[in-house]
Design a protein around this ligand. Structure first.
Ligand code: SF4
Ligand code: SF4
Ligand code: SF4
Length: 367
């Protein structure tokens, strides 16, 4: 196998195929959440067409992918072919999904038939607070859908929660509620602010933030008491860096066929990370309309990028003293070590932000 040069050395490419794909059925959504990535982007809204979806299934099968997630930056259940796509995908893959839960009641039959794991986004159980965050949704409607799905066999139900400064004190209530509605676990994540007005809601910081430890102690106790698994993020930057996508051989495909290493770089957008604005550029290593997934996954550019991520060959902007005024760090296009692109300020890399993934779901069911 061809060796790939990384910063003066040689790296023998990891010969293993990808095992987990996140497929974006659509960038459309029936909600307008306060912190959605789509708050700060200007890309067109689109739906994956059936021809591309069939091609994607064939290509995933060809390279040996095991798990397929309906995820991305939209609500998968509002795709007009959602049920057909789920039926086809379930024939060849273990299927997971992240949903805002608004359609669960209507679609519970199909979802329980085809999906192994469903992560429903619920950040707080106070209906008024929920309504202000998940704009366009109702806590009671989503709760009803969750209860309906929890009654069905064969599907693992999880709650996916974004923590905000204004809601974190309510987290113990959410854990008790999750146990009561039959959720297997709660996946917690810190916020990536996509609007300047939300920057102050970021909890994670360079040092352990005040007050969080006490809340998390209570959360851990409730987790043990009620047998509901809680997956915590880090709340401050530790030295270690680990990409949850690259390390688990996961990647994403946009609704229009771009192959992207992670959900952080799925599209172009602006974010307010650690108090400053940055531009995050889509990081596409190829387009399935032009090349096969096999060619893209083992292309020298993608292999070398994965190698650099694994050996953490990037500077660390999150805890750099120059962060506030450094122009090089305006986007993920460059960093001060000469990398392009770079993962130097990615919060997933630091474990402060998390999203639904196979290793989280499988951890519990022991597969
Ligand atoms: S449900 Fe998800 S995709 Fe839809 S607006 Fe909310 S965060 Fe965005
Ligand atoms: S690019 Fe380099 S100098 Fe600039 S903030 Fe990041 S680590 Fe610091
Ligand atoms: S470190 Fe971050 S930006 Fe880099 S591939 Fe992983 S998730 Fe994406």
């Amino acid at each position: 196998m061809e060796k790939i040069r990384v910063h003066g050395g040689f790296y023998l490419p990891d010969p293993d195929p990808p095992k987990e794909a996140h497929v974006e059925l659509t960038t459309s959504c029936n909600l307008n959440c306060k912190f959605c990535y789509r708050q700060s982007w200007s890309e067109r809204i689109g739906f994956m067409d059936e021809e591309l979806f069939d091609q994607v299934l064939g290509e995933l099968n060809d390279v040996g992918v095991q798990d397929l997630w309906f995820s991305g930056w939209g609500e998968p259940t509002i795709h007009p072919r959602f049920e057909d796509f789920a039926r086809k995908a379930a024939e060849g893959f273990d299927l997971g999904m992240i949903t805002n839960g608004t359609t669960l009641l209507r679609k519970a039959d199909a979802i329980s038939r085809y999906f192994s794991w469903v992560f429903v986004s619920v950040d707080v159980t106070d209906p008024e607070m929920y309504r202000k965050i998940r704009v366009g949704s109702s806590f009671h409607v989503v709760e009803e859908g969750i209860r309906e799905l929890a009654n069905r066999d064969g599907v693992e139900l999880w709650i996916s929660t974004v923590l905000l400064k204004s809601t974190v004190s309510k987290l113990p209530d959410l854990i008790e509620w999750a146990a009561e509605v039959g959720a297997r676990g709660v996946l917690l994540s810190n916020l990536i602010a996509t609007h300047p007005a939300l920057a102050h809601e970021q909890i994670h910081d360079k040092v352990q933030p005040d007050g969080v430890s006490k809340i998390m102690e209570r959360v851990r106790t409730l987790s043990m008491l009620h047998h509901v698994r809680v997956i915590e993020p880090f709340f401050y930057y530790k030295t270690e860096r680990r990409c949850p996508f690259i390390e688990e051989r996961a990647f994403a495909i946009t609704f229009d066929g771009k192959v992207v290493p992670c959900l952080f770089t799925l599209h172009d957008y602006r974010a307010w990370i650690d108090g400053r604005e940055v531009e995050v550029k889509q990081l596409a290593f190829g387009d399935l309309k032009e090349k096969s997934l096999r060619e893209i996954w083992w292309s020298p550019e993608y292999v070398s990028f994965r190698a650099k991520v694994k050996i953490a060959d990037f500077p660390s902007c999150n805890d750099c003293l120059l962060w506030d005024g450094c122009h090089i760090a305006n986007s993920n296009e460059f960093d001060c070590w000469g990398n392009s692109p770079t993962c130097s300020f990615c919060p997933y890399y630091r474990g402060t932000v998390q999203c639904p993934r196979s290793y989280v779901a499988r951890w519990v069911i022991g597969a």
